[in-house]
Structures are given as structure tokens and as C-alpha cells.
Design a protein around this ligand. Structure first.
Ligand SMILES: C[S@@+](CC[C@H](N)C(=O)[O-])C[C@H]1O[C@@H](n2cnc3c(N)ncnc32)[C@H](O)[C@@H]1O
Length: 260
């Protein structure tokens, strides 16, 4: 993890370059449409209310559960409330992910890191005809995530339990392609690159990948910079807290630092 000074410098650097709000000075019709109709769309979808109620309930739940964490955090007992407050995507970003799924209607979605299943359910509701595969190491978290999916009436989710290092390839094997991937598990540069390289083998020209916490540490930032330079990656958006990648070969290479 970064120290506060390094974090502040990284955020100030982002702020200095971040722009394109409302699509200003964006020339690409693809990026303009994405910004104005997806990133900044303000429709109050019904599912927002359902899942934010669920988040509220989880934030109040002081029950302690044993969590096996194969990522950067130690395993041990944690309260559901603490996980709901600290470890999952905020309302704003979870709803952004819903809108991206809703816009592109991916058939196959992979989420690395389920946690309490809030983002999983947002993704599943965004693409009701798609199938979401969510991977998580902790069986206790999967139990809670299944309840979240039930409350959201999201029946198009399969939960895969185990260390992603061991189960990712097995999970992907029967899948023809990955249309949408959300990498939000082990937030180290090494793991991010390793997972990205495995997932990209199943990416098509229409795939969308989202990587969380791209500036959380210097090695995450390096991993992001390396991914942005990949030949297969055409258009990228740096939101600071996450990065979004498009593989569409018809698009001109462009990397946006977007002020969300
Ligand atoms: C940041 S949370 C995921 C939050 C979730 N995507 C959301 O927004 O609601 C990361 C999760 O990944 C899991 N995780 C981290 N590394 C893992 C690994 N190598 N294998 C399986 N699960 C892992 C942790 O147990 C944790 O629940």
C-alpha cells in the first residue's frame, strides 16, 4: 500500500489531467456516447433501491464471520458491517458497473472477488440474459452473496469458491469468451497482470474489462500502465479508483483520464 504522501501525489497528478466531463473535447463518437449515455446516465433504475437497501442492512450487521482472504488482507474474523463499509464498491461505482453491463449486455461476465455480492448482483441485473461467474475464496462471504443475489432476484449468477490462482483457468475453460471482466480480488500488480493475461485470451473485440484500484499502490499503477500499452487494448478510461478497457479493433488507440 502507498503512504499518504505518495497517494496524494498520485491523486493530484490524476486531477491535473482528468477531464472529458459531459464529453467535452472528446472526438470519438464511441467515447462520447459512452460518457454521455452510460458514465453520466442518471436514470434511477429500480434495482438501485433494492441493492442500496441491502447494503444498508449489511452495514448495520455486527455479526463476526471467519474470512479466508487469499489477497492482500490477512485472514481472520471480521464483522459484516466492516466489510460492507470498507471492502466493496461504493454505490456510485457499483451503479456505474450496472450501467456498463446494461449498455453492452455481455453474455459472459467474470467477477474476481465477490465479497458480499453487491456488485455481483448489480452486474447480474444489468445483463439479465447474461451469465455472471463470480469467484471468491471465502465460503462465508459466498453464503452472504447468495442471499444478496436472492434479494435482488438475480438468478443468473454462479459462485465459484476457491483461490482464484487455482480456479480461474478451470472456470474459464468451458467458456467460449469473456465479454465483461471485473478484476477486484488480489490488488497487487503481479496478480492483476497474471489474471489479466489469463482473461485476455478469452477477450473478443467487444469485450470490456474493468480493473479496480489501479492507483492503490505503485505496483498496481505499473500494472495498469503496462496493460494500457497492450496492443490488443484500444481504448482506456482511467477513473482513478478503477480503469476501464475496450478491445474493439475498429477504434483508434486512445487513453482517457476521465473526471467522474
Ligand atoms: C474488494 S473485495 C470484492 C468486492 C466486490 N467486488 C464488490 O464490489 O462488492 C475483494 C474480495 O476478493 C477476495 N479475494 C482476494 N484475493 C483472492 C484470491 N486470490 N482468491 C479468491 N478470492 C480472493 C477477498 O476474499 C475479498 O472478498
Amino acid at each position: 500500500m502507498r503512504n499518504t504522501l505518495s497517494k496524494t501525489i498520485s491523486f493530484l497528478r490524476y486531477l491535473k489531467h482528468a477531464k472529458y466531463r459531459h464529453g467535452f473535447s472528446v472526438h470519438s463518437p464511441f467515447a462520447y456516447q459512452l460518457i454521455t449515455e452510460v458514465f453520466e446516465e442518471e436514470t434511477p433504475y429500480y434495482i438501485y433501491k433494492v441493492l442500496e437497501e441491502r447494503r444498508k442492512t449489511l452495514r448495520k450487521d455486527k455479526t463476526l464471520i471467519d474470512v479466508t482472504d487469499y489477497g492482500t488482507r490477512p485472514s481472520g474474523q471480521r464483522s459484516i458491517s466492516e466489510i460492507a463499509k470498507r471492502s466493496i464498491k461504493s454505490k456510485r461505482y457499483a451503479q456505474l458497473l450496472f450501467r456498463i453491463a446494461n449498455h453492452f449486455q455481455p453474455e459472459t461476465v467474470i467477477e474476481l472477488g465477490t465479497s458480499l455480492g453487491i456488485t455481483t448482483a448489480y452486474l447480474a441485473k444489468g445483463t439479465p440474459k447474461g451469465q455472471v461467474h463470480s469467484l471468491e475464496g471465502s465460503s462465508n462471504l459466498i453464503k452472504i452473496a447468495k442471499e444478496t443475489a436472492k434479494i435482488a432476484k438475480a438468478s443468473n449468477v454462479t459462485f465459484h469458491e476457491g483461490n482464484i490462482d487455482d480456479i480461474l483457468k478451470k472456470t474459464l475453460n468451458p467458456l467460449k469468451q469473456v465479454d465483461f471482466a471485473f478484476l477486484d480480488a488480489n490488488h497487487t500488480g503481479e496478480a492483476t497482470l497474471r489474471y489479466f493475461n489469463i482473461l485476455k485470451e478469452k477477450a473478443t473485440s467487444y469485450s470490456v474489462f474493468v480493473i479496480d484500484d489501479i492507483h492503490a499502490s505503485e505496483d498496481m499503477e505499473e500494472a495498469w500502465n503496462q496493460i494500457v500499452k497492450e496492443k490488443k487494448v484500444r481504448v482506456t478510461f482511467d477513473f482513478f479508483t478503477m480503469g476501464i478497457l475496450f478491445f474493439n479493433e475498429e477504434l483508434q488507440k486512445q487513453d482517457y483520464i476521465y473526471n467522474f
